[in-house]
Design a protein around this ligand. Structure first.
Ligand code: ZN
Length: 336
């Protein structure tokens, strides 16, 4: 439903409060990138062959892990020529940086799990190869990498995930061939072309126009972890309508003053998170969606500031991890 309340204000206990705008605290960690996406090269086989010879290859396994070094602060790509003298058909071009090109290849390397350190995200996927090389996933190390590496790894995971789930034509069911250096597929039956898909999801920080933010948790999350609310955009729906619907569905409150904050790719397996802020009345009863939201509550800015100063967590409040855009949203709101 469209609200009749004026933009920029929210009714709080009978008083109209103007909400102050804020920005993300920093560019979301997975939105960082520096390598040039060379779209023209993707359809130029001779140029691709030349790029391969000076290329470096990220391996990505089925669980989205890649070799890293220096405690996960740097990627460990291999020289392309260590794999093959000629460009393999399955090699996918990530981009170019200086005199080097970067590629991704899927890996079937056998890895053994590495136990999670205390406080790790529940989806921890750290592993090591037989020779002791460390492999990590994007959630685990995305925020530790520099801008170039973060962009390359994010794109690599997105391409690998798309191809793993789009091996057959959606129209006629025939197998597809990988084309355009990984950036398209072509059906062997009907010739239909497809490009890497991205599913939009909104993520929204709901505040009260004052010093409180609405944080909620899903039943599957580690104890005490809370975040802002998020949900997938449905077909035929605008982003703003999705924000209104998702907040109403998840916690039963009406929001106003919806504003765009920023976005970040989230290739798990193929989303982009589109960040918004919105206001709601903290006096309205919260009705968490059964099975989806275990608990939702208003949290005072002072507690969020305290948690942020303590590495993102207090004994009973663990904020979103630094790889998530939610962290930059919460930090931006807390520090405005
Ligand atoms: Zn087809």
């Amino acid at each position: 439903m469209l609200s009749s309340r004026p933009a920029g204000s929210v009714l709080t206990r009978g008083k109209r409060v103007t909400s102050e705008p804020f920005r993300l605290a920093a560019l979301p960690t997975l939105s960082r990138a520096t390598a040039a996406r060379d779209e023209t090269a993707r359809k130029d086989p001779e140029r691709l062959d030349r790029l391969w010879k000076a290329g470096r290859v990220l391996l990505v396994d089925k669980q989205g892990r890649t070799p890293v070094r220096d405690g996960g602060t740097a990627l460990a790509p291999r020289p392309a020529l260590a794999f093959a003298d000629e460009r393999p058909a399955e090699a996918m071009l990530l981009g170019e940086q200086g005199d080097e090109s970067y590629w991704v290849l899927s890996s079937d390397e056998e890895l053994r799990p590495v136990p999670a350190p205390p406080g790790a995200w529940s989806l921890w996927a750290g592993a090591e190869s037989a020779d002791g090389e460390q492999w990590h996933d994007l959630r685990g190390v995305g925020s530790l990498l520099d801008d170039t590496a973060a962009g390359l790894f994010t794109t690599a995971v997105g391409l690998v995930n798309w191809h793993a789930r789009a091996r057959f034509c959606a129209k006629c069911g025939s197998p597809v061939d990988r084309t355009a250096a990984g950036w398209a597929s072509k059906c062997t039956g009907c010739g239909r072309e497809e490009y890497p898909r991205t599913d939009p999801a909104v993520i929204c920080l709901v505040h009260d126009g004052g010093d409180q933010v609405l944080l909620a948790r899903q039943p599957i999350w580690p104890a005490h972890r809370y975040s802002v609310l998020a949900g997938f955009v449905e077909t035929g729906e605008s982003l703003e309508a999705c924000v209104e619907r998702e907040i109403a569905e998840e916690v039963g409150v009406e929001v106003t003053d919806i504003r765009y904050l920023g976005s970040q790719p989230w290739p798990f397996p193929r989303s982009i998170m589109i960040g918004f802020t919105a206001a709601a009345d903290p006096a309205a009863p919260l009705v968490p969606a059964d099975g989806e939201i275990e608990h939702a509550h208003w949290v005072h800015r002072d507690r969020v500031v305290e948690a942020l100063a303590n590495g993102g967590q207090l004994p009973d409040l663990i904020l979103p991890g630094e790889t998530s855009i939610a962290r930059q949203m919460v930090a931006g709101w807390a520090g405005r």
